[in-house]
Design a protein around this ligand. Structure first.
Ligand SMILES: [Zn+2]
Length: 129
């Protein structure tokens, strides 16, 4: 079994299972990021277009964290605290999602998740609305 042997839609859930989602596209665009929030989360992200990721249950358990420019939206489960996905500030037409949430995915399959230097995505000093 390899990354793209997982049948579509990909099925994802938070740790406690309160939040479930599906992704209509193959696993792609794996990356790590060093912005101030991703550094703390530390997970490897996959990439999906906004309309390719659908919350199938537990929307009411999702909380959103916005900060600084308020463009990125970081979603996490209120019960278990796991970050499931986020709308990207670098491209608000995309979600980054937590690859560790995907059913059947093995973390050991990650051979190459390029490190994206997004320190500029960290807190912006003197940001003006
Ligand atoms: Zn949860």
């Amino acid at each position: 079994m390899k990354i793209n042997d997982i049948s579509l839609p990909l099925k994802g859930k938070c740790h406690c299972g309160s939040v479930k989602f599906e992704i209509k596209t193959n696993i792609q665009g794996l990356r790590r990021c060093n912005c101030s929030i991703c550094s703390r989360k530390g997970f490897v992200m996959g990439t999906a277009l906004i309309d390719e990721l659908v919350i199938t249950s537990g929307k009411e358990f999702l909380n959103t964290y916005k900060w600084n420019t308020k463009i990125a939206e970081h979603y996490f489960c209120k019960v278990c605290g796991i970050n499931t996905h986020h709308k990207r500030r670098s491209d608000p037409n995309q979600y980054g999602y937590n690859i560790g949430c995907i059913e059947g995915f093995e973390m050991s399959w990650i051979e190459n998740a390029p490190f994206v230097d997004n320190t500029k995505m960290s807190v912006i000093d003197n940001f003006k609305d």
